[in-house]
Design a protein around this ligand. Sequence first.
Ligand SMILES: [Fe+2]
Ligand SMILES: [Fe+2]
Length: 239
Amino acid sequence: MRIFAISDTHFSLDPTRNMEGFGPIWKNHQEKILSNAKKVIAPGDILLIGGDISWEHKLDQALVHLRQLNDLPGFNKLFVKGNHDHWCKNLTKLKNSLPQGLQALMGNAVKLRGQVFAGTRGWLAPNDPCADDLDQKTFEKEMALLRQALDQAIELKPAEGIHLLLHFPPFTTQGETTPFWDLLQSYPVATCTYGHFHMAAEWEAIPTGKVDGIACQLTAADYLNMTPYCIWDAPGTPK
Ligand SMILES: [Fe+2]
Ligand SMILES: [Fe+2]
């Protein structure tokens, strides 16, 4: 069993709302993501989807995209919302609408196939140059949700460490660690995947690979050339 991750799929039902203004990498990106994912993910794997999933504003419309991702190979899919997922508001309605095999992580943790997953959206931290005073309240709320998610993960006895899914990286746009990083470091986190960064300067600044023993990966679809990334592999388990 392997764990794959991708984020910032930015799917849209409106063909005029394409992403090509952000660079040639985004040409036909929906088709590319779905096609590449089918090539790399096996039926026994798990896919983590790190937010900014759909531009749609209504849940019914975003469900088209959630189903497209859920229909990909993979035993289970987990997602967190991103700052652009405006369809993701009513948690009860969302839970009742999700297709089988797809679950949201919003300050909670789940155990799947012996692995423990925790997740929340995250936010800009006060030490990020892009943050302003208006971000403080959401920052504090997301810090509490991260602590809640990681505490739940501990109760699930993560023998091989916690797989943490975020939308906002626990690093600033200049690559410095944030209070989210300080918090997650006090738990046995094995992998940490996150998205949100689309700028070349952010890609250059962000730490990659193992950081203080935690396997870290930026999973923004454009950064990954529209192909889900394998963050964890359990040799000897069925794929
Ligand atoms: Fe994004
Ligand atoms: Fe984002």
